[in-house]
Design a binder for this molecule. Structure first.
Ligand SMILES: NC(=O)c1ccc[n+]([C@@H]2O[C@H](COP(=O)([O-])OP(=O)(O)OC[C@H]3O[C@@H](n4cnc5c(N)ncnc54)[C@H](OP(=O)(O)O)[C@@H]3O)[C@@H](O)[C@H]2O)c1
Length: 214
């Protein structure tokens, strides 16, 4: 698959690393072209099975089948509005944790989530999928925590779109956990708020993962 990652910061780098390790080609887009170039150069080292790594500007980018919004809540919505109909038919992955200004609660309405707010803002025909918001950037580079595969919780209303994201997750050596419809993003985002506020208590320094074990 061709994956466009908008935002070549910590999470763009982490998701890009897992995607190319699974043989999927990645194009990085960033507000700062030098950041996109640097991330692309670093991520290339992880590429397998002919996966290609490139960069583009937002205006010129030929979007891949899957577009990952690796930016903050609010910016994801601005970019979706900017891209408009270019997103039609695409799978758009929302990874944001919509924290409030004091980082101790969510900025979204109780009956919504970042993913649902994005879906409302997006061009008709795009399929929004929630994923990767519980996997810290550093753990994505490694692809595991304590020798265990990362769980990636996936929510969305379109089965084909979820299957595409599941494929990227699985090929990248992680476990996809289907959490249900897009509205389930409310619980996934709240679950990650708990994971964020307990970093200090646990002293895990953003190196932990949420995993369901059995
Ligand atoms: N960090 C984590 O471990 C983690 C884990 C799970 C989920 N998340 C979520 O992932 C998202 C990204 O987090 P991050 O840590 O990767 O942030 P980050 O390191 O700041 O990366 C975001 C990148 O997007 C760029 N950007 C900003 N506006 C843009 C635009 N309009 N077009 C293109 N690029 C733009 C930023 O450039 P500038 O720096 O120049 O603004 C920056 O390079 C957030 O929603 C966060 O909640 C993060």
């Amino acid at each position: 698959m061709n994956v466009t990652i908008i935002g070549a910061g910590n999470m763009g780098r982490g998701i890009g690393t897992r995607a190319v390790a699974g043989g999927h080609s990645v194009t990085f887009v960033d507000a700062n072209p030098e950041v996109a170039e640097k991330t692309a150069a670093d991520v290339k080292a992880a590429a397998k099975n002919g996966a290609k790594v490139s960069t583009a500007s937002l205006g010129d980018a030929v979007l891949g089948d899957v577009v990952v919004m690796a930016v903050w809540y609010g910016t994801n919505i601005e970019i979706a509005k900017q891209l408009g109909t270019k997103l039609a038919g695409k799978v758009v992955v929302d990874i944001a944790n919509p924290l409030n200004s004091t980082y101790d609660g969510l900025a979204t309405a109780p009956d919504s989530s970042s993913a649902e707010d994005l879906a409302k803002a997006i061009a008709n025909g795009a399929k929004v999928v929630k994923a990767f918001n519980t996997t810290y950037a550093g753990t994505l580079l490694a692809g595991e925590v304590a020798g265990q595969k990362l769980d990636v919780f996936i929510a969305g209303d379109d089965a084909d779109a979820k299957a595409k994201v599941t494929q990227i997750v699985t090929d990248g050596g992680m476990r996809a956990v289907d959490a249900g419809p897009l509205s389930r993003a409310r619980q996934i985002e709240a679950m990650q708020l708990l994971h964020i506020v307990t970093q200090g208590t646990l002293g895990t320094n953003w190196g932990s993962a949420i995993k369901i074990i059995s």
